[in-house]
Design a protein around this ligand. Structure first.
Ligand code: NAD
Ligand code: MG
Length: 394
């Protein structure tokens, strides 16, 4: 029996994880759940899975959650950063599913690693912000980091059984998002609804916007660099609109191994939970004759400049990727709140990066350096978003 904590249980990855847990009650037990806003759903999850701990963002959230739980409910409701850490470090937990969105995932994930919990990692922002530090902590604590991001799960699966020295490069595939064939001059007219309508994947709002700008693929390049210890020159992004090939690995003899499947995150989540075993999760094998053809192309970095910014931040290193990530979070929130246009997202990030003096101390930036760069970038990005564009609506 594997005891789990699910950070971000109410999100897209969190819900998919719980549906796998539900299917295999003899294999998995939920000991802690966390969430932020969707208290109705969190209450239903608590009633269904009866964890020891449920952690929410603040005191109001905790009071709201208590009200939704039946009297005599055994789950202890906690709130605040300490509560997220308590969930991440629950003494009886074997694996923590890190599925909060954004930089908020970093400290609980790091705490889980320091408490020697294996990590099923969906929260890519953790590695973008502090990849060197997090991977070093995982090594020091003998912790496995199993990728949940579908591309990274694919690379992990393709590498298995091969010698590291034979690896030549990896290909990270990208659907290209909903605006693959739009010209940059059309970006100003893109609405929030257009940008949230991802053609192949069902995901939370932040990652859906990141996919539309292709920042998501940029964050994934940095994530892959840390997970597989590869320079960015060995990571190539390929546009693959069908999202069937989840990623590929090329070896020095010219052979390429691809991992394929229909676009359903349950596959990557279940593999992280059960590695090296595979679970019968009810996901269908792709209908290849029905698909007809699979296509590949290089990304247009001029149109999707967020991808170019991410490559640049990765090259600079130090605190720059944390700044990229924080500025992106602020720009994406502002777009979702209709305070800036889709065409302004990249400019906010670029402006913030230009103003940053990256900390390039020998060794790796410490957690304090990363958190202060993150905070500085959030403030700087906010000041760049000074001019409201239309009225904010819910
Ligand atoms: P989501 O928005 O659907 O869910 C996010 C979860 O985090 C929710 O439970 C929410 O309550 C919680 N949360 C939000 N802000 C928080 C905060 N400040 N403090 C604590 N908790 C907070 O997001 P998602 O799509 O499930 O993505 C989660 C993570 O997984 C992201 O890092 C994303 O990049 C990554 N990921 C998602 C997918 C996908 O298919 N959805 C695929 C690959 C990677
Ligand atoms: Mg991905």
């Amino acid at each position: 029996m594997m005891n789990l904590t699910i950070l971000g249980a109410t999100g897209s990855i969190g819900q998919n994880t719980l549906s796998i847990v539900d299917t295999f009650p003899d294999r998995f037990t939920v000991r802690a759940l966390t969430g932020k806003n969707n208290l109705d759903l969190l209450a239903r999850q608590i009633i269904r899975f009866s964890p020891d701990i449920a952690a929410v963002f603040d005191e109001d959230g905790a009071a709201g959650l208590e009200k939704r739980l039946p009297s005599g409910c055994r789950t202890e409701v906690l709130y605040g950063q300490d509560a997220y850490i308590a969930a991440a470090t629950h003494p009886d937990v074997d694996m923590v599913v890190s599925a909060m969105v954004g930089g908020a995932g970093l400290l609980p994930t790091l705490a889980a690693i320091q408490a020697k919990k294996d990590i099923a990692l969906a929260n890519k922002e953790t590695l973008v912000m502090a990849g060197d530090l997090v991977m070093a902590a995982a090594r020091d604590n003998n912790v496995r980091i199993l990728p949940v991001d579908s591309e990274h799960s694919a690379v992990f699966q393709c590498i298995a059984g091969n010698r590291r020295t034979d690896l030549q490069k990896i290909f990270l595939t990208a659907s290209g998002g909903p605006f693959l064939h739009r010209s940059k001059s059309d970006f100003a007219s893109i609405t929030v609804e257009d940008a949230l309508a991802h053609p192949t994947w069902q995901m939370g709002s932040k990652i859906s916007i990141d996919s539309a700008t292709m920042m998501n693929k940029g964050l994934e390049v940095i994530e892959a660099g840390h997970l597989f210890d590869l320079p960015h020159e060995s990571i190539e992004v390929l546009i693959h609109p069908q999202s069937i090939v989840h990623s590929m690995v090329a070896f020095r003899d010219g052979s390429v191994i691809a991992q394929m499947g229909i676009p359903d995150m349950k596959g990557a989540i279940a593999y992280a939970l059960s590695h090296p075993e595979r679970l019968p999760i009810g996901v269908a094998v792709p209908d290849f004759p029905g698909l007809g053809s699979l296509s590949f192309a290089s990304p247009d970095m001029g149109t999707f400049s967020c991808l170019a910014l991410a490559f640049k931040a990765g090259e600079v290193g130090g605190t720059m990727p944390a700044v990229l990530n924080a500025a992106n979070e602020i720009a994406v929130s502002a777009f979702l709140e209709r305070r800036i246009g889709f065409d302004q997202i990249a400019g906010v990030i670029e402006g913030t990066m230009e103003r940053h003096q990256p900390l390039m101390a020998p060794g790796i930036p410490g957690i304090k350096d990363i958190l202060s760069a993150d905070m500085w970038a959030r403030k700087t990005a906010q000041t760049l978003i000074c001019k409201p564009k239309g009225k904010a609506t819910a």
